[in-house]
Design a protein around this ligand. Structure first.
Ligand SMILES: [Zn+2]
Length: 416
């Protein structure tokens, strides 16, 4: 028997929980990767539409990416499309080719100061800076701005400049781009000396070449298990297309490490460094108003659920009540309890999906469903890890399947 309630029936072939790129070989890869070194600069924007960049990132199973671009426009485009995936960084370059002039260029500083008043970032950089130029007035001001705006410095620098930057402020953190192209022993000595220093492995293709780590790199990672992270460095437009390949190559040598260390380098170190900054700096989501009860007759009580106005009564036959267990806000994970009552729930299984019809996509994360109670007439399922990553109208579909029924409940949920 098929019963349809509340608006339209949504075919489950639309299930977008499986995410994009599932047909590619990359989808085999399960270890998430955080890429701490992405640029999407003006020529790259012209070459590759932002939608394609996001598709490449999701295809590579990136957990998130630290993106900084010349100019900032590319970063903003990606952020708008995938706020769950992009951690924005601000570099002081308006065009390609300013790497050796920006630190004496007042206009570059003005550009940074202006964007800091309007946009939100986790880092300042990547910028190029060597030796004593790090102590010039404009780099000094950049360090002050990083401290003031709670930003990590992303420095493509030699060890000397890194030390000068760290010395200018007692709290500022530095993510050392390309680990300064230094040897593992020299990187280790810097990490040992400076506890506010982290390092990315962007453009260090010698790391794990042939799928194996050399003893020197292994020793560095073992000695500093929480300080190193991955990066691709898409400094030219075509390198964007290597994102999946780069992630997959990294997974090969990461697989030779103990699982915890592999996860640290793959994404956790980047997460632990950048996310506290990004969570604090990003535009704060507003709490949504849960829409009014969809059906006239409050049947929640019959189902043993309180008729609290925040409960969302979706249907009366069967009765489905959704109780939010935490605040529902854009891009914030939340949990709900779903209670279903009917005359016979024997063998009942519940599936949940949410899509944005206007944008043609679904949730970026698969929520976790736990059956907390299941009798013949009442079933309670806790749903954790729900993330609605964009404001707007989300269509929720709850499918109830048992040997005797196949019921689809569809309803809209608006989050602002
Ligand atoms: Zn770079």
């Amino acid at each position: 028997m098929i019963r349809l309630h509340c608006a339209v029936f949504i075919s489950f072939t639309l299930s977008l929980l499986a995410s994009v790129g599932s047909s590619s070989a990359w989808a085999q890869s399960t270890l998430p990767i955080a890429d701490a070194h992405i640029h999407y600069s003006h020529d790259s924007v012209e070459n590759t539409p932002p939608e394609r960049v996001i598709e490449l990132m999701r295809g590579a199973n990136l957990k998130f990416a630290l993106v900084s671009s010349s100019d900032d426009n590319g970063t903003q485009k990606l952020s708008e499309l995938a706020p769950d995936l992009i951690v924005p960084g601000l570099r002081p370059y308006r065009r390609r080719g300013e790497v050796s002039t920006w630190f004496t260029d007042e206009a570059a500083l003005e550009y940074v100061e202006k964007l800091l008043t309007t946009n939100h970032y986790a880092s300042l950089g990547e910028f190029h800076l060597y030796g004593e130029t790090a102590d010039l007035p404009i780099p000094r001001r950049i360090v002050e701005l990083a401290a003031k705006h709670n930003l990590v410095l992303h420095a493509h620098s030699d060890a000397d400049a890194v030390e000068r930057l760290l010395a200018q402020n007692p709290t500022v953190k530095v993510l050392w781009a390309h680990s300064g192209f230094d040897t593992p022993a020299d990187i280790a000595s810097m990490l040992d000396k400076h506890d506010r220093l982290w390092a990315d492995l962007a453009f260090r293709s010698e790391v794990g070449r042939g799928g194996k780590l050399s003893d020197e790199w292994l020793s560095l990672f073992t000695q500093f298990p929480t300080r190193m992270m991955l990066g691709t460095d898409t400094y030219t437009p075509e390198r964007m297309y290597f994102l999946p390949e780069h992630a997959e190559t990294a997974r090969v040598w990461l697989a030779t490490l103990p699982a915890e260390l592999a996860e640290n380098i793959a994404w956790k170190n980047a997460f632990d460094l950048l996310m506290p900054h990004w969570q604090a700096n990003k535009p704060q989501a507003q709490t949504s108003t849960i829409p009014a009860t969809l059906i006239d007759e409050p049947t929640a009580n019959q189902c043993g659920v309180s008729d609290d106005p925040s409960n969302y009564v979706v249907s009366s036959e069967p009765t489905l009540v959704i109780q939010p267990l935490s605040t529902i806000a854009v891009s914030e994970p939340f949990s709900v309890m779903m209670t279903i009552c009917d005359t016979d729930l024997t063998g009942m299984k519940l599936e949940l999906n949410a899509t944005m019809p206007a944008h043609g996509h679904g949730m970026n994360y698969t929520p976790e469903l736990t059956v907390v109670e299941h009798s013949d007439e009442r079933m309670k399922v806790q749903v954790d890890g729900l993330v609605l990553h964009m404001p707007g109208n989300w269509n929720w579909v709850v499918n109830l399947r048992s040997p005797s029924t196949d019921t689809t409940l569809s309803f809209d949920f608006n989050i602002q």
